[in-house]
Design a protein around this ligand. Structure first.
Ligand code: NAP
Length: 266
């Protein structure tokens, strides 16, 4: 176990990548807060049950990450129940796709609010708690660890998804600037940039053999990723094994960022 007794909060953990990250952190010993955006707690409770059935510790907490008051209430409740926080995985994200000329301000704003402002709000609350608590060497070499869930689209442009790609490009500078500012306080900040991972956000891209075959033309390693791939990376990145890594995006994409269209000479 690489994260014994750490307290971790994973946003958007009721589905897909967030659920797998929550399970991986718990399997490494962390107590995990499984955030979901409100509404029915059923999906979040399933994730909590999976963790507790395996002998881990987890609770579900609702908060829309784009709402400052809800984010602050979620962090306050986490600290009330568990005393502090050691790890934040800011994972919650959405897509609202549209050709650019038809994109409404509401579509633009909602994606920026959840994917970028939500990561700012959660990172700020985590940093406030890390600084308040200070170093706790028995809980790892870093005073606190933040992992932002970015995307290959922080570097690969994505027509028809301008709001989403812009939010992920913003996460890159949010993460790097935070990492630069907070390294002296021993707070590590990194991003994971997933390629295509099988989750509900992109079902249409892999749910039929034809769609999956088309998707695979973009993936040199020739398989679509699974949420557990990202879970394993997140747990390692949060652990002391990765203590000297800060300010980096680790792409986990089967080679999607290798410009596979140039594989035969362009
Ligand atoms: P997903 O299965 O749709 O999961 C998204 C999660 O975020 C769900 O738990 C969702 O809850 C939650 N969420 C949505 N809006 C929220 C809000 N305002 N506040 C709190 N939680 C909210 O998608 P996913 O693929 O796992 O995506 C997770 C992250 O990975 C996203 O940041 C996404 O951009 C990134 N990513 C995914 C891929 C991929 O191929 N799947 C690739 C690159 C990056 P509900 O289900 O209740 O709405």
């Amino acid at each position: 176990m690489r994260l014994p007794n750490r307290v971790a909060l994973v946003t958007g953990a009721s589905s897909g990548i967030g659920a797998a990250v929550a399970q991986a952190l718990a399997a490494d010993g962390a107590t995990v807060v499984v955030n979901y955006p409100g509404g029915s707690p059923d999906a979040a409770n399933v994730v909590v049950k999976t963790i507790t059935d395996a002998g881990g510790r987890a609770i579900a907490l609702a908060a829309d990450v784009s709402k400052e008051d809800q984010v602050q209430a979620m962090f306050a409740e986490t600290i009330r129940q568990f005393g502090t926080l050691h790890i934040l995985v800011a994972n919650a994200g959405i897509q609202q796709d549209s050709p650019f000329a038809d994109m409404t301000l509401a579509q633009w704003q909602r994606v920026i609010d959840v994917n970028l402002t939500g990561q700012f709000l959660c990172a700020r609350e985590a940093v406030r708690e890390f600084l308040r608590r200070g170093p706790q060497p028995a809980m790892g070499r870093a005073t606190g660890v933040i992992v932002h869930m970015s995307s290959v689209h922080e570097v690969i442009p994505w027509g028809g998804h301008v709001n989403y790609a812009t939010s992920k490009g913003g996460i890159m500078q949010l993460m790097k600037s935070l990492a630069q500012e907070l390294a002296p306080q021993k707070i590590r900040v990194n991003s994971i940039g997933p390629g295509a991972i099988k989750t509900p956000i992109n079902t249409s891209a892999w749910s039929t053999p034809e769609a999956e075959q088309k998707l695979l033309t973009l993936i040199p390693y020739n398989r679509v990723g699974e949420p557990a791939d990202i879970g394993g990376l997140a747990a390692w990145l949060c652990s002391d094994e990765a203590d000297y890594i800060t300010g980096q995006t680790i792409f986990m994409d089967g080679g999607m960022t290798l410009y596979p269209g140039f594989a035969t000479g362009g």
